[in-house]
Design a binder for this molecule. Structure first.
Ligand code: SF4
Length: 239
């Protein structure tokens, strides 16, 4: 399979079949914690990096050969080797998947393009959106996510707030915390204010455990994660 991977089992999504919509590694962020390594194509250009009909062709073949596995899938997950919403065909892909199979679709996104109403409209077809938000000040945003020049955290946050107002499915906000960088309690309190504006269904706290793009990216101690969980409130799950 070229564009599909898995099914993979995770605590977050159960059993899901992944779809990669971009070549390795096409993203408008270059997060210090990225498990895929350094961003080799740092871009905000939107185009059909991988043609939707190719992905759908592979998906149909997979379904024909994996009838039983398909029954056990929790989600079809759009993510992969970069930022899926950079593929200009991602909305069409979701609607095609929905036509072919009665399966739930999740989109994992860095939320960078959510200030665009058209991108949000295309996401409405998904069942679950898992956007990431690692920082709420521009300084920390640049430090952790290393976005393409010109991307403002305020626009990302406003896009998330707008998405919540429009989208009827679930939003599970993912926050990656890194020791000594974005885990300061003052930052966590600011994060809490922003999360209250966004009002996601769940907040998933993560801390890096695998190899990251940059060396020296360290996980937050479990005791501190528990304290942060208390501050952020009852919707929080720690992974
Ligand atoms: S947004 Fe995702 S794919 Fe892009 S650099 Fe960050 S972790 Fe990696």
């Amino acid at each position: 399979m070229q564009y599909l991977y898995g099914p993979v089992k995770s605590r977050r999504l159960g059993v899901s079949l992944g779809i990669s919509l971009t070549p390795y590694k096409t993203c408008d962020f270059d997060c210090i914690y990225c498990q895929l390594g350094k961003t080799t194509n740092l871009t905000a250009e939107r185009k059909e990096y991988i043609e939707v009909n190719r992905i759908i062709g592979e998906f149909k073949t997979w379904l024909e050969n994996n009838n039983e596995a398909a029954q056990g899938l929790g989600y079809i997950t759009l993510s992969g080797s970069g930022e899926p919403t950079l593929n200009s065909g991602f909305g069409e892909l979701i609607s095609e998947i929905k036509k072919i199979a009665s399966l739930k679709v999740a989109v994992l996104t860095n939320a960078s393009l959510l200030s665009d109403p058209d991108i949000r409209r295309q996401l409405w077809q998904a069942d679950l959106i898992v956007p990431s938000l690692d920082a709420v000040t521009q300084e920390l945003f640049v430090k952790v996510d290393r976005p393409l020049a010109g991307i403002k955290i305020e626009d990302v946050i406003n896009g998330l707030v707008a998405l919540r107002k429009e989208f009827r499915g679930k939003i599970w906000l993912e926050v990656m915390l890194i020791k000594g960088i974005n885990d300061d309690i003052r930052h966590i309190r600011k994060l809490k204010e922003v999360i209250e504006r966004i009002n996601p269904d769940k907040i998933q706290l993560n801390s890096p455990v695998r190899t990251t793009a940059d060396a020296g990216v360290l996980p937050v101690a479990k005791t501190k994660l528990r304290k942060i969980k208390e501050i952020l409130g009852e919707k929080v799950e720690v992974f």
